[in-house]
Design a protein around this ligand. Structure first.
Ligand code: PLP
Length: 403
């Protein structure tokens, strides 16, 4: 008798990533011949810069094809420490911290949550939040506690709201600025206030700074800019977004030495080292600074132009409300009064856009706010403008009050 598969308790609550699921549906429709404009996936449409590809090719030709230390090659870890050090009041590599390199910042987040949290622990998650935080915390058998931000203030979560959501079981908080899905950027005072609260309460802070370099009017401060917050702090970053390297799968943690050692030990028992040629590619990204800064600046300029073109359409009368983003490459749009039999206005808006307008965006339910939708403007400007025009027209048509 074949044995029926019953998922173990480890994965009983596991859901596939909603953003990846939406992108897969868009790809399937495209393959079937539909002219889908896909604004669902959070991936720069730019190719990895040539100097990074060339470094990887040189590394492969030179024999960088073997295992490395589980925590990554020393020159890359040193380069990451130097970048963190430059942030850290423009000085040396931060004292007492160490670096562990992993297969993308998603693996870093998993390893960090698995190492820091466990059964009985609660983890505060300012919401809306990137879809994977909740699932990753649950995979660690801890309990995610969404703390709702204020939609009239870019969904910022106040220190008071965080303190009110805490219990004696609160063990940590996951921060993400610039934020996916809202694009909201915390300024230094806001970030410091949350870091101070976490220190006073004895919480761990996981600060996911994967979008830190993609900021528009003002640079986005990182937690390592704030000296007093470092011994309860794990900073997560990677090359995926700022260097258009999503497929290379390199991310890292800058963490207190004992934590970094545990992350490396965990990795030594699961995936071993991150991909070796990709580590060399990331090393080039972090050390060939002139070329890197030039490519980041060009991408940020292009993202900004697309954001502004989209916001101009969303400012028209009758358009849905949108959070004005200061960073990342997402627009978070209020589905407001979009008609929905089941009350999931964001889901209904997404379905209408995909099925009737050939535009793929992600429902806000994936981020803990069902009344919203997220679109990524990491796509050609012409596609972004066409898609946002259809989104606004669809919203207007569906919410028009009969004369
Ligand atoms: N953190 C956030 C907020 C993200 O949006 C993403 C990717 O979309 C990740 C982490 C994962 O990035 P990586 O490709 O480095 O695993």
């Amino acid at each position: 008798m074949p044995q029926a598969f019953v998922p173990s308790a480890n994965v009983a609550q596991l859901r596939p990533s909603a953003t990846i699921a939406t992108a897969a549906r868009a790809r399937a429709l495209k393959a079937a011949g539909r002219p889908i404009i896909d604004l669902s996936i959070g991936e720069p449409d730019f190719d990895t810069p040539d100097f990074i590809k060339a470094a990887a090719a040189r590394a492969i030709a030179g024999g960088a094809t073997k295992y490395t230390a589980p925590e990554g090659i020393m020159p890359l870890r040193e380069a990451i420490a130097a970048v963190a050090g430059a942030q850290y009041r423009g000085g040396d590599a931060p004292q007492g911290l160490d670096v562990c390199v992993s297969g993308g910042s998603k693996q870093v987040l998993f390893n960090a949550c698995f190492a820091l949290f466990g059964p009985g622990d609660e983890v505060l998650v300012p919401t809306p939040a990137w879809t994977s935080y909740l699932d990753i915390v649950m995979l660690a058998r801890a309990t995610p506690v969404p703390v709702m931000g204020d939609p009239d203030d870019g969904f910022r979560v106040s220190v008071d709201a965080l303190a009110a959501a805490a219990t004696p079981r609160t063990k940590g908080i996951i921060l993400n600025s610039p934020c996916n899905p809202t694009g909201t950027v915390l300024d230094a005072d806001e970030l410091r206030a949350i870091l101070d609260l976490a220190r006073a309460k004895g919480w761990w802070v996981i600060s996911d700074e994967i979008y830190r370099r993609i900021a528009y009017e003002r640079a986005a401060p990182g937690a390592l800019d704030l000296v007093e917050a470092r011994d309860n702090l794990v900073v997560v970053d990677g090359v995926a977004k700022a260097y258009a390297m999503t497929g290379w799968r390199i991310g890292w943690a800058v963490a207190p030495r004992a934590v970094a050692k545990t992350l490396a030990d965990l990795q030594s028992q699961t995936t071993s080292n991150p991909n070796t040629p990709a580590q060399h590619a990331a090393l080039a990204a972090l050390t060939e600074r002139d070329a890197a800064e030039e490519s980041i600046a060009a991408m940020v300029r292009a993202f900004r132009a697309r954001r502004d073109a989209a916001l101009a359409i969303l400012a028209e009368p009758g358009a849905p409300r949108v959070i004005a983003p200061g960073g990342a490459f997402y627009l978070y749009v209020d589905a407001g009064d979009f008609p929905a039999d089941d009350g999931d206005t964001g889901g209904a808006f997404c379905r209408a856009l995909l099925e009737e307008q050939d535009v793929a965006v992600v429902p806000g339910s994936a981020f803990g706010t069902p009344g919203w939708v997220r679109l990524s403007y990491a796509a050609a400007e012409h596609d972004v403008v066409t898609a946002v025009r259809r989104l606004v027209d669809t919203y207007r048509a569906a919410t028009r009050v009969p004369a």
